[in-house]
Write a protein that binds this ligand. Sequence first.
Ligand code: F0G
Length: 355
Amino acid sequence: THQWRGVIEEYRDLLEIPEGTPAVTLREGGTPLVHSEWLSGLTGAEVWLKVEGNNPTGSFKDRGMTAAISVAKADGAEAVVCASTGNTSASMAAYAAKAGLKPLVLVPEGKIAAGKMAQAIMHGGQVVMVRGNFDDCLALARQLAWDYPVALVNSVNPVRLEGQKTAAFEIVDFLGDAPDYHLLPVGNAGNISAYWLGYNQYAALGLASRTPVMRGFQAEGAAPLVTGEPFPDPETKATAIRIGNPASWKLAEAARNESGGRFAAVSDDAILAAQRELAARDGVFVEPASAAGIAGLLQELAAGESYAGSTVAITVTGHGLKDTATALEGYAASGQSVVDTVIDADVTAAAEAAG
Ligand code: F0G
């Protein structure tokens, strides 16, 4: 029987990684493209969700990490380092474990969701908390990789984008062509850059007739690509995208300009509301940052933007189980009461409690 082989083996000929590099894989990628009846109904478009939470460590980061760790291992690295808001570190630690490398993780103190922290620790990551934000951690990681024998696997490592662009390939393979629009959350801006690479490569090969308009959404408190200025003190409940000075700034701007797209900011309340609605209406539970693209679509519809008649892909980047605390906080803040009725093991009481 056939099992999906992971993004390197499925797309090796299309990836710029050294020929013959053995794949360190957890069989990432091959994630579902789920049709959203809810958003299709609202827009009059065909809206598809690329559900990246279905990757082995629960986020899209696994696509780039299989590539980065495979290349680092083949190059003879013994240790790898990354700065992270949580998902990159969870992914790096897992792939490093698989490869027998030592993972060193730099994260902003107190700003990492519990699930992600648990992953990094359980996979054997040496977790160092930094008094500072993600941008400080990234500067530190770059310096460490410069001064010490440890390979940097943040998306400033171009091999990461090579792996991540496979998500665009999968979308075109499934839909038969590129969508008209692609919406996604933007933090350090590696992912939007990788999608743009992937879509362009498929168009150049004649595997797609067009490239989509790229629309990237940032949290209001961390929206440097929207304002054009770095945010020295980024702040948002969507901790995954709490980034003030994205490393792939130039590439992301190129993706916007070349695709005729744009960046826009969404509020934390809008992000958490979109997260709840997506879970309740479509059955897809994502982490807060991952709902930024959904919040963006809803915001544009409210402003009178039309997507009618088009095909829209929205990447939901990570799993809801990563950060249950923020999800439940948002739920409570929305005024809905958490169902916590306690009864005796009695059928009448159960029926009454169920309403
Ligand atoms: N969504 C999630 C769930 C993320 O974890 C990230 C980034 C993004 C969106 C934004 O993607 O940075 O490529 O623009 N997380 C990084 C990390 C920064 O360390 O896990 P981006």
